[in-house]
Design a protein around this ligand. Sequence first.
Ligand SMILES: CC/C=C\C/C=C\C/C=C\C/C=C/C(=O)SCCNC(=O)CCNC(=O)[C@H](O)C(C)(C)COP(=O)(O)OP(=O)(O)OC[C@H]1O[C@@H](n2cnc3c(N)ncnc32)[C@H](O)[C@@H]1OP(=O)(O)O
Length: 238
Amino acid sequence: MQKPPVNSLNLDLLVALRDTLVKLEKEKCKGMILTSESPSVFSAGLDIMEMYRPDHNRARKFWTTLQDTWIKLYSSPYPTVAAINGHSPAGGCLLALSCEYRVMVGPKFTIGLNETQLGIVAPFWFQDCMRNAIGERQAELALTLGKMFSVDEALKVGLIDEIAKDKADAISKAEDFLDEQSGLPALARSTVKVAFREATLNRLLKNREADTKMFLDFISMPKVQQALEMYMQTLKKK
Ligand SMILES: CC/C=C\C/C=C\C/C=C\C/C=C/C(=O)SCCNC(=O)CCNC(=O)[C@H](O)C(C)(C)COP(=O)(O)OP(=O)(O)OC[C@H]1O[C@@H](n2cnc3c(N)ncnc32)[C@H](O)[C@@H]1OP(=O)(O)O
């Protein structure tokens, strides 16, 4: 990802990500490493400006494109690794969680689904991804708090798989993971992957319109708009 300053996921970046994932699948990609050009941010998550005082049609397109991107990434037949070389809150954490393996550069960055702290709610499929990685108990604790994990904490709880000392090390570890996968029969590998992920995928696939409506209704609430405005001001003041 290369959208300075913080790879916030606006409609344009999501369209680019989705189209890339579609292309990779069509071209029978052997493996993908998702990382960031920024030296300190993997992705700041959803672009708050897409939710603040939104145009209804654009907000709908934004949300359905996010759903498409997640579905493509989560169900990709080829192996995927996140080389998390910076902070990774909320939607950034979702992207990492949707890959099969996570290597994160330590020690100073943070990762987690922090939505509660912003006065918004992580959608059920964000929650499902966290639950699938760290288990029910730890996911409930993390999500209710909106906890951002340090790299050490993330490793301990199973949110990431390995710690790297810098980006080059993260890429090298990600390549090791991909090398290990490359010797396996591709169809057997992807069938097992999709079997593990099917229930989570189907939950969104069967409820896409309801999920979109919930998002649009939620961001139309004055209280939510107020919370987003205050949050943006805090970020700008910083
Ligand atoms: C029932 C429920 C049903 C449906 C649910 C409905 C709604 C909920 C929907 C979805 C869930 C939301 C998911 C999200 O992803 S929300 C976004 C959460 N992201 C964050 O909280 C991260 C905020 N950013 C930061 O903490 C820091 O910026 C960061 C640590 C990433 C980097 O710090 P750094 O010091 O390097 O940079 P900054 O100076 O803070 O930022 C630079 C610049 O970028 C702007 N910025 C940062 N993050 C965002 C963002 N997410 N969106 C838009 N813009 C962002 C920041 O304001 C600065 O701008 P400027 O001052 O103009 O340079």
